[in-house]
Every structure is written in structure tokens, then in C-alpha cells.
Design a protein around this ligand. Structure first.
Ligand code: FMN
Length: 175
């Protein structure tokens, strides 16, 4: 049995949902999974875990700054243990941008960071226009229009391929 921590950054909750699903799937293999939000500036002792996973969503082209800060502050312990990173974003709905080596946000992340995670994943996110504030709704509809995605203001669509999340749960269990 491994003790695994999944730290996540989310704005509208979808990355958290993916983390909860990962937790459920991984725990079926007998590992123990703890979830912690990076948005709350968690006080966690990473040394207490056997494996570390970090997941973050993209908003206006960026992962949350707290993700970078946390990684920089914990680089040495991260590098000592099996570790993984995943990004959640809307462009990953496009097949040609759905892999770690083809997703522009994940590639940018790897270029920016000293940390080079041992395992990587990209998951397509969720778009629920009615959930967003006016400006955000306007902006993400514009981004969707630019990238040939759905622009109907009543769109509530989950692009996530949960079978990919299943595969990543297995990777985490085995890493
Ligand atoms: C205001 C806003 C801006 C976004 N900007 C981007 C973006 O620049 N690129 C992208 O691929 N996805 C973008 N997305 C899509 C999110 O990454 C997607 O909705 C994801 O599921 C959000 O995860 P979260 O709920 O964990 O924050 C944006 C979403 C919103 C609401």
C-alpha cells in the first residue's frame, strides 16, 4: 500500500472532480490517497507520502501562480519521490492537442519549470457558460469561437475522456 497525495489547483471545480475520481480509482488498488487544494496554500508534510501528484487547470492561458510557487518551494522533496503532473484545459478537447507532448500548456509548463515530472497527463476540461461571471463567460465564449468550439451560451459540456483518467490512475498506482 502506498500513501499518495494529490495536490490540485481549480477555479470552477472540474480539476477537483478529476482528483476525486482519481482517488476513487487508485484506492481500489489498495493505496491511500489524500487530496489537498493548492488554492488554500496547504500545510502538508510531503515527506509523509510515498508518491506526489499535482494537477492544475488553465485559465486565460496559465496555470495558477500558486502551483509554480508550491513546486519551487518543494522541489527537492518532489524530485526524491515518484511524482506526476497533469493539466486540465479546453484545447485538450482537440485530438492533436490532447497528449503531453502536443498540448501547448503542458509544453510551456515544462519549459518554465525546473521540475520535470516523471509522469505526465493532459485532460480536456469542462465548459459550463451559465456558471461563469459575465466577463468570464464572454471571454471563454470568445476563446471557443476562435478555436472552433461551442459558443451557445447554454452550453454545459464535459470534454474529459474519463477512460484516460482511468489509465492515469493506473500509472500513478504503478509509478
Ligand atoms: C474564464 C476562463 C478562461 C479559460 N481559459 C482557457 C484557456 O486559455 N485555454 C484553455 O485551453 N482553456 C481555458 N479555459 C477552460 C478551462 O481550463 C476548463 O474549463 C477547465 O475545466 C477548468 O477547470 P477548473 O474548473 O478546475 O478550473 C478557461 C475557462 C474559463 C472559465
Amino acid at each position: 500500500m502506498a500513501r499518495i497525495i494529490i495536490l490540485y489547483s481549480t477555479t470552477d471545480g472540474h480539476t477537483r472532480e478529476i482528483c476525486c475520481y482519481l482517488q476513487q480509482q487508485i484506492e481500489k488498488s489498495g493505496d491511500e490517497v489524500t487530496l489537498a487544494s493548492l488554492n488554500d496554500g496547504p500545510e502538508v508534510d510531503l515527506e509523509a507520502f510515498d508518491k506526489i501528484v499535482i494537477g492544475a487547470s488553465i485559465r486565460y492561458g496559465k496555470h495558477n501562480a500558486k502551483v509554480y510557487k508550491f513546486i519551487e518551494e518543494n522541489l527537492s522533496v518532489l524530485n526524491k519521490k515518484p511524482n506526476a503532473f497533469f493539466s486540465v484545459n479546453a484545447v485538450a478537447r482537440k485530438l492533436e492537442k490532447a497528449q503531453p507532448d502536443t498540448n501547448p500548456y503542458l509544453q510551456k509548463f515544462l519549459k518554465q519549470m525546473e521540475w520535470q515530472p516523471k509522469e505526465l497527463a493532459v485532460f480536456a476540461g469542462k465548459i459550463d457558460y451559465q456558471m461563469y461571471r459575465f466577463v468570464d463567460r464572454f471571454m471563454i465564449r470568445f476563446i471557443m469561437w476562435m478555436t472552433k468550439g461551442p459558443t451557445d451560451p447554454n452550453t454545459n459540456i464535459e470534454f474529459t475522456d474519463w477512460s484516460q483518467v482511468d489509465k492515469f490512475a493506473q500509472v500513478i498506482h504503478e509509478m
